[in-house]
Write a protein that binds this ligand. Structure first.
Ligand code: GRF
Length: 192
């Protein structure tokens, strides 16, 4: 894929809003010798994101932008371009990016979503899966386009829903799989 040039690792930005457990797993992955990515920047829309602590621990640049206006988004675009960011991984990032933003990084933005897309786009995926008595749920990594949770699916992992599962227990089980899926999906994307 065009993203992979020579032997250089792909300079990647991770966007977060909260806990950052996917960020943590992506940082671990980026440090492996075989990893195709290096993490150049962590961006959050929320100054209180717990995940921002991983920036300091791992000596990665962090930036907070509110993403509330075209002007704020433009600042993000400029920062990413200035730093030669070539891949963006949304990891629990709770803002919807504008068409303009996506156009600037077309085919280079990934998102992780806690359901087996195309089922259950948007929020409260675990509540919906349990309410519908689904036997399985899971997680999906997909490319981001201008429609919510609708871009090309790169990879998925399935999780069995047990009778006793609550949205909370299911979320925990799926999160464990998310941490495995995101690195695998990045490798898959780069080999497409
Ligand atoms: C994950 O379940 C992700 O799929 C969803 O938000 C959660 C973020 O978790 N979009 P974390 O911040 O990576 O721990």
């Amino acid at each position: 894929m065009a993203l992979l040039t020579g032997f250089n690792k792909i300079n990647t930005a991770i966007f977060i809003s909260g806990t950052g457990s996917n960020l943590k797993s992506l940082i671990k992955f980026s440090k492996l010798k075989k990893s195709p990515i290096t993490i150049g920047m962590i961006i959050s829309n929320n100054p209180k994101s717990k995940g921002l602590k991983y920036a300091k621990i791992n000596k990665i640049k962090k930036k907070v932008f509110n993403f509330n206006s075209t002007k704020s988004e433009k600042k993000v675009i400029n920062k990413l371009k200035k730093d030669n960011i070539n891949l963006i991984c949304l990891a629990g990032f709770m803002k919807i990016l504008s068409k303009e933003f996506i156009k600037n990084f077309n085919g280079k933005i990934l998102n992780i979503h806690p359901s087996l897309l195309p089922k259950y786009k948007g929020l409260n995926t675990h509540v919906k899966a349990i309410k519908n008595k689904d036997k399985y749920s899971g997680c999906t990594v997909h490319l981001v386009n201008s429609k919510l949770d609708s871009g090309k699916i790169i990879d998925q992992k399935k999780v069995r829903i047990n009778k006793l599962d609550t949205p909370e227990t299911l979320a925990k089980k799926i999160l464990v799989q998310e941490h495995k899926l995101y690195p695998e999906a990045i490798i898959k994307l780069l080999n497409l």
